[in-house]
Design a protein. Structure first.
Length: 116
């Protein structure tokens, strides 16, 4: 069974940082590209692409809205993909989802709330 489990969300003040982690199981993680998406309160119909990383971790893509603040990384020994989020803003408030595109699988999501 393919499974993705996110963790690390919570409440943080503007300007703060959080590190999200996604633990994968049930498939060959080391050969799979991985993505992070989010769903904001303002747009609950769609998930917004945030970041992607290739299977080796050598190449990454980050959305313009978070470029310079968010970084995606992975550890193929631990089957994890992380999203480091710095300088968080209230508009980053969302449910963040891990995605394995080839397996067409999503995690359950983790809530991030940025508020003073």
């Amino acid at each position: 069974q393919v499974l993705l489990v996110e963790s690390g969300g919570g409440l943080v003040q503007p300007g703060g940082s959080l590190r999200l982690s996604c633990t994968a199981s049930g498939f060959d993680f080391s050969t799979s590209a991985m993505n992070w998406y989010r769903r904001t309160p303002e747009n609950e119909r769609e998930r917004e692409f945030i970041a992607a990383i290739t299977s080796t971790g050598r190449d990454t893509v980050v959305a313009e809205t978070v470029k310079g603040r968010f970084t995606i990384s992975r550890d193929n020994d631990k089957n994890t993909v992380d999203l480091q989020m710095n300088d968080l803003k209230p508009e980053d408030t969302a449910v963040y989802y891990c995605n394995a595109p080839r397996q067409r699988t999503w995690g359950q999501g983790t809530q991030v709330t940025v508020s003073s």
